[in-house]
Design a protein around this ligand. Structure first.
Ligand SMILES: CC(C)(COP(=O)(O)OP(=O)(O)OC[C@H]1O[C@@H](n2cnc3c(N)ncnc32)[C@H](O)[C@@H]1OP(=O)(O)O)[C@@H](O)C(=O)NCCC(=O)NCCS
Length: 195
């Protein structure tokens, strides 16, 4: 399996993976919206025998706290084709993505996701650092990882995601699953939102 950066020819394949892995098209639309927004995303694909099987995206988020000048990446969405899940593809994507975040100069990565999955990569509840999500979610699902040890020392505040995330609402089922659901019909056509 090969992990590499997204190229333009991958866009339909990435959309397909996200449509297959999630209940709705919210994540696929979100990825398209983030690309169009022009923010510097890190978008990696997992490729096996010429087929795209997984995808992960990181984008910049801000800390709306007393010291906002820290470089933080938000992990997500990420997805693996359902038939190929639980084979380590997601783990490879997270590990390679974290390396790339470090190369790109990020000091911290945050993720809103499965509380049983991300701790294995060094994420822990953000509340331990006095860092909050802007979304009303259970504390254990918003997690943080310092890429540079001590980067969060003396810092606190609320992490703010790109506007495109605000049009999806998080959905939880027993703390085991995190997905997103469209709450704005405008999201059906991202061009309406972004232009
Ligand atoms: C989450 C996801 C990307 C993980 O990719 P993957 O290739 O299956 O992950 P890996 O094979 O590296 O790791 C498998 C582990 O993840 C766990 N896992 C998979 N999906 C999970 C979920 N929904 N909730 C909690 N843990 C989950 C498995 O139980 C397994 O744990 P184990 O190693 O202790 O047995 C993939 O399951 C997926 O695409 N899920 C649907 C979309 C999604 O929920 N994306 C993440 C949003 S935060």
């Amino acid at each position: 399996m090969n992990i590499r950066f997204e190229i333009s020819e991958d866009r339909n394949g990435i959309r397909y993976i996200n449509l297959e892995a999630f209940d709705t098209d919210a994540e696929a639309n979100l990825i398209d919206a983030l690309r169009k927004s022009g923010i510097p995303i890190i978008s990696l694909v997992a490729e096996e025998n010429g087929q795209l099987v997984g995808h992960i995206l990181f984008g910049p988020v801000t800390l709306d706290g007393d010291k906002p000048n820290i470089s933080i990446a938000g992990l997500g969405p990420m997805a693996v084709l359902p038939d190929l899940q639980n084979q380590g593809i997601g783990s490879r994507l997270v590990e390679e993505g974290l390396k790339q975040c470090k190369r790109s100069g990020y000091e911290v990565v945050v993720v809103l996701g499965h509380p049983n999955y991300y701790p294995r990569f060094g994420f822990s509840p953000s509340a331990n650092y006095g860092i909050n999500s802007e979304y009303d979610v259970p504390a254990e699902v918003f997690m943080v990882k310092e890429i540079h040890a001590g980067a969060l020392n003396g810092r606190s505040g609320t992490v703010i995601y790109h506007q495109a995330f605000k049009d999806v609402i998080l959905k939880f089922a027993g703390g085991e699953h995190v997905g997103t659901k469209i709450i704005s019909s405008d999201l059906q056509n991202q061009e309406v939102i972004l232009e």
